[in-house]
Design a protein around this ligand. Structure first.
Ligand SMILES: Cc1cc2nc3c(=O)[nH]c(=O)nc-3n(C[C@H](O)[C@H](O)[C@H](O)COP(=O)(O)OP(=O)(O)OC[C@H]3O[C@@H](n4cnc5c(N)ncnc54)[C@H](O)[C@@H]3O)c2cc1C
Length: 379
């Protein structure tokens, strides 16, 4: 039942339900507990076309648009946020960067492998001392004939260990020059390129987050994506699309937490009635549902703009900011509705609560989204 261009949103939903019931729900608690990144599960996503959702069919992708992409991520994330996060990072960041900015030759080399999950993709912008302020990065690439020598480190990189290909943005010019950075695609096994510390995280524990280390790593000019000096500007454009995927991730987590709380509130009796009969609880459900609908409207609006080829810097920042804050609020209220049981691992809401928080941090914190929104309003 793999994905094809022109598939409907309902087809995507039912395909993901089948997959998650069979291959995700029975294992996800163990993956979370033990911090296992389930590479084999991602291979299955690849077989179904979910690892190359936006990649044209000519490169073995599914050739779908952002609305389908948003639906796929939020359906997966409504079951397990960390699977949604890894799927989003692979599709939007690594694959998305190559799709948007690589040469035809490079696309033919890498996209078919990424779109089928034969290869897992990573994308490295963040460094230990430069997160929000990524433009101040210290990792350098110095030209040596028709090669470049890279030294430095990237941290918090999704698939930093299991990734077969990493697109990294490094300094090739002066600090302070937004055109002083360049993107390279670096294959696993390249000499001088290795992985470092794997983070032990609060949530999103089945999504691998680790350091990339470059120690006199030599890469050919042929690995440069686009032109020298374009890397940072490219990465901002990649993040414009990526933020729609984090909004979708947030939406899925919020929906999953809400569904659990809605059911529980009708099953749990206190004072001889379901707790949903208490206005204090039903008003929480009303607020949660309303906020999810508002987040959904912003997210699908950004997806629609993207599909139409319009600029989405403002729309994706608004969607990401609002949906991620809603995911945290909804997951928090879901734990509250479950009471003491919500605080245990016997019920799913504590995991939604832990996973949701990443959404207000990754691909630009809420503060950075507000900065982007305000800059667009005031320009
Ligand atoms: C699970 C996970 C996966 C990730 N995956 C990737 C990945 O695949 N690739 C990648 O490149 N990065 C990745 N990241 C990194 C992520 O994008 C950064 O953590 C994020 O951008 C914030 O950077 P920082 O952690 O250095 O925080 P900092 O930038 O140090 O921010 C600390 C605090 O200061 C605030 N702040 C900073 N600047 C301003 C400002 N100008 N105005 C107001 N407040 C400000 C922030 O909002 C935040 O509250 C990942 C992170 C996590 C946790």
């Amino acid at each position: 039942m793999e994905l094809h261009a022109h598939d409907t949103l309902d087809h995507i939903k039912s395909m993901i339900k089948d997959l998650t019931d069979r291959d995700l729900r029975p294992f996800m608690d163990e993956w979370d507990e033990k911090q296992i990144f389930p590479v084999e599960f991602f291979k299955k996503l690849g077989e179904l076309g979910l690892m190359g959702v936006l990649v044209p069919e000519s490169y073995n992708g599914s050739g779908l648009g952002y609305k389908e992409y948003v639906t796929a991520i939020s359906e997966l994330a409504s079951v397990d946020g960390s699977i949604g996060l890894s799927m989003a990072a692979h599709n939007s960041l690594c694959t998305g960067h190559i799709l948007q900015f690589a040469s035809e030759e490079q696309k033919l080399r890498w996209l078919p492998k990424l779109a089928t999950a034969e290869w897992i993709g990573a994308w490295g912008l963040t460094e230990p001392n430069t997160g929000s302020d990524a433009g101040n990065m210290k990792t350098t690439a110095v030209r040596d004939g028709d090669h470049w020598v890279i030294n430095g480190a990237k941290n918090f990189i999704t698939h930093g260990i299991s990734g077969n290909l990493a697109v990294v943005i490094v300094r090739t010019g002066e600090i302070g020059d937004s055109h002083g950075m360049t993107a390279f695609a670096i294959e696993k096994g390249t000499e001088g390129f290795s992985s470092g510390k794997k983070e032990n995280k609060m949530g999103m524990r089945a999504s691998e987050t680790a350091e990339l280390i470059f120690d006199h790593c030599r890469v050919s000019n042929e690995n440069m994506i686009g032109k020298e000096g374009e890397g940072f500007v490219q990465s901002l454009k990649v993040l414009d699309g990526g933020r729609i995927s984090i909004a979708a991730l947030s939406l899925g987590i919020a929906q999953g937490a809400f569904n659990a709380a809605l059911n529980y509130s009708q099953e749990r009796y206190q004072f001889n009635q379901p707790i949903a009969k208490f206005q204090g609880i039903s008003f929480k459900l009303a607020d949660m549902a309303t906020k999810i609908e508002a987040a959904k409207a912003l997210t699908y609006r950004a997806a629609d703009y993207k599909d139409k080829g319009k600029s989405v810097t403002l729309e994706s920042a608004m969607a990401k900011y609002y949906a991620s804050e809603v995911a945290v609020e909804v997951a928090n209220e879901a734990v509250q509705i479950f009471g003491g049981y919500g605080y245990t691992k016997d019920f799913p809401v504590e995991k939604y609560y832990r996973d949701a928080k990443l959404c207000t941090i990754g691909e630009g914190t809420s503060e950075i989204q507000k900065l982007v929104i305000a800059r667009n309003l005031l320009k």
